[in-house]
Ligand binder design. Sequence first.
Ligand code: AMP
Length: 142
Amino acid sequence: MAYDDSNIFAKILRGEMPSFKVYEDDKTLAFMDVMPQAEGHTLVIPKFPAENLFDLVPDYAVAMALTVKRLAPAVKKAFDAPGLMIVQLNGSAAGQTVFHIHTHIIPRAHGLELKFHAREMADFSELKNHAARIIEALGESA
Ligand code: AMP
């Protein structure tokens, strides 16, 4: 399927939609998931028009992985998370709902059930606060 640049993440990349940004470089952007499955649920996207991993050029696949590697310890620290789930869905059959490739970073803890995927909108002031916590943790690890 051809990439459709009207998807929500393409709009965020073009600055047409707001996001709670935590990190940006020339090839990637990271921001809070607005319907988090756990507190601190963060998304990393490449600045490349690809629906999924099959369409993504290696350069941007590497850049996305490096940003995940950079952010993971900051998310873990900011939310005092004993575990982190890192997932990337390819195709609606795999549960993908936004067709611009992205990687989820989700704090996990024993006994803490994940909320439903892409279901319940979080409070925006809370998301702003969560983004600030990650940015602060990133600064401490830099
Ligand atoms: P996936 O189902 O893997 O495609 O994940 C898409 C994710 O994007 C879901 O976790 C949604 O909660 C999240 N999402 C949808 N719209 C937005 C938005 N405007 N800003 C941030 N996250 C979003």
